[in-house]
Design a protein around this ligand. Structure first.
Ligand code: BYC
Length: 469
């Protein structure tokens, strides 16, 4: 169904046919706008930003581009089209028709998952609150804002589900989503990574590469859900999500390219010399990759999880790309989980978090391979790597087990002594922060990052993507 932009809340769910729901969401809308004003991008409210806005939900030609002031962005409710005769693709109800309402017995589990998903969206905007001030270019500034407004819309997506299907509890949860804040000591965001500060652009690129990719896998799992409105919502969110990961992959790729140029100019790969030249040495980049990759691994939950088993059994959450598997019941299969005390065979349904995490790690490796190709082509015999999934874990069987980045168990004292070699130290962060000088002349780039190969929507790289009024 086409998106109706003539209403206060743009939507393709016939919102005006349900006056009670419409009123409830219109009541939430000013609270959202207040939140955006206080916790969204600091300043830039009067800037014209070259943003894409959804105009349809088909994969082709779904968005239009144009200059928009962020507070005027039309956040709304967009669901992918309903698939006729869709049936449940996994779990105990495999093959039965999908649900248009939430079954009473699964209500609290669905609510918990939708709230957790919803919580990450505003959290990420809060984490990036101040980043605009230190943008390396107008191109990057625009991408940051594009990501921010879309995360704001993804919050709308979850709030719609809470309001439409969870009654008063859902409305209360929707309010709470604006009350918790990233890093708040008293009311933090639910998942660990979303309370980590993102105060430099290297962290932003790593976050959009690794953490948005967790988003991709979780949304793919939810797109399989037997609760059809959740599935349709997540399917459309995935369309928007691809750009966020593009920002991460190309961002890190541009950092690598610039560093290689500096290495060539100086004729050395000495980190101190590269830092003196104002670029990001590869060992420093490796530390940032280690930090954000390991933090994001925790977002998949424990390797062995009764929550995951229940979610799969009851049709709440499938595996990403469930149709690629041959067994959709997983009642008789098992999975081997390796913990610090050895191998353990567990029922497959209990290992679904780990199955998804393994698929995620494989996906993360693709970018690393591309960056390493760049390094190799430049004639250097070094490689970036993903650390072991055992390293620096806070959730699951490896939680708080001291290991090297390669996954070898070591003594706690050794870990504490070496951690500064593996993840950014205060001094590393200070150095990266010192590079974060704002560059806003069209087409100009900060000295630590190469320009992108091309601009947005076929425009030139030196297009004025943000007019700073
Ligand atoms: N930090 O059985 P367990 C995105 C909690 S990103 C803190 O191990 P389960 C985005 C867990 O909540 C995608 N707590 O795992 C990206 C549970 O607590 P309760 C976000 C954690 O439940 C960038 C307890 O530990 N979407 O969209 O099977 C920008 C035991 O849980 C953590 C989702 O996460 C952690 N890392 O799976 C913007 C999808 N991990 O309930 C957006 C929805 C676990 O016992 N969420 N815990 O108090 C879920 O499906 C599941 O809740 C999880 C955990 C996958 C997160």
């Amino acid at each position: 169904m086409a998106i109706n932009y003539s209403e206060r809340i743009p939507n393709n769910v016939n919102l005006s046919n349900d006056k009670t729901l419409q009123r409830a969401l219109e009541h939430w809308q000013p609270a959202f706008l207040d939140w955006w004003r206080d916790m969204g991008p600091h300043d830039f409210a009067s800037s014209d930003v070259y943003l894409r806005t959804a105009v349809g939900v088909d994969a082709e030609g779904w968005a239009q581009y144009g200059a928009v002031k962020m507070p005027d962005y039309r956040w709304g409710i967009f669901l992918a089209d309903q698939v006729e005769n869709r049936s449940i693709g996994f779990g105990d109800s495999f093959g039965k028709p999908v649900w248009q309402q939430v079954p009473g017995e699964y209500r609290s589990q669905f609510r918990r998952i939708i709230v957790t998903q919803g919580d990450t969206e505003p959290a990420s905007v809060e984490q990036q609150h101040l980043l605009g001030h230190s943008c390396p270019s107008l191109y990057d500034l625009r991408n940051l804002f594009q990501v921010n407004v879309e995360e704001g819309r993804h919050l709308w997506a979850m709030v719609y589900l809470l309001h439409a299907y969870f009654g008063r509890d859902g409305r209360e949860e929707a309010e709470e989503l604006l009350m918790r804040h990233s890093g708040d000591v008293d009311k933090p965001r639910i998942l660990g990574t979303f309370n980590e500060p993102i105060s430099d652009w290297l962290s932003f690129y790593c976050f959009t590469y690794f953490t948005d990719r967790d988003g991709k896998f979780q949304l793919k799992s939810l797109a399989e859900s037997a609760f059809d409105p959740l599935s349709r919502t997540c399917r459309f969110m995935l369309t928007e999500e691809a750009h966020h990961m593009f920002v991460g992959e190309t961002g890190i790729g541009r950092v690598v390219r610039r560093t290689l140029e500096v290495m060539k100019e100086l004729g050395t790969d000495d980190p101190a010399a590269i830092r003196r030249a104002g670029a990001i040495d590869l060992p420093l980049l490796q530390k940032y990759l280690n930090f954000w990759f390991t933090s994001s691994l925790d977002l998949f939950g424990s390797e062995v999880s009764s929550n995951a088993a229940t979610s799969f059994a009851s049709g709440i959450k499938g595996r990403p790309d469930e149709s690629n598997y041959s067994d959709h019941l997983c009642t008789d299969s098992s999975f081997e989980v390796e913990g610090p005390k050895g191998k353990e065979t567990v029922a497959m349904r209990n290992a679904m978090n780990e199955v998804t995490r393994i698929a995620y790690v494989k996906d993360c490796e693709i970018g690393v391979k591309r960056w390493n190709m760049q390094i190799k082509r430049a004639g250097y015999d070094v490689a970036l790597t993903l650390p072991s999934t055992r390293f620096r874990r806070g959730i699951g069987v490896w939680a708080n087990v001291p290991t090297t980045p390669e996954g070898k168990i070591i003594r706690r004292e050794e870990f504490d002594k070496s951690i500064g070699d593996w993840i950014p130290t205060e001094a590393d962060r200070e150095y990266v922060k010192s590079l974060m000088q704002r560059v806003t002349a069209p087409g100009k780039m900060a000295g630590w990052v190469a320009p992108p190969d091309r601009g947005i929507n076929n425009l030139a790289v030196d297009y004025e993507y943000v007019r700073l009024n």
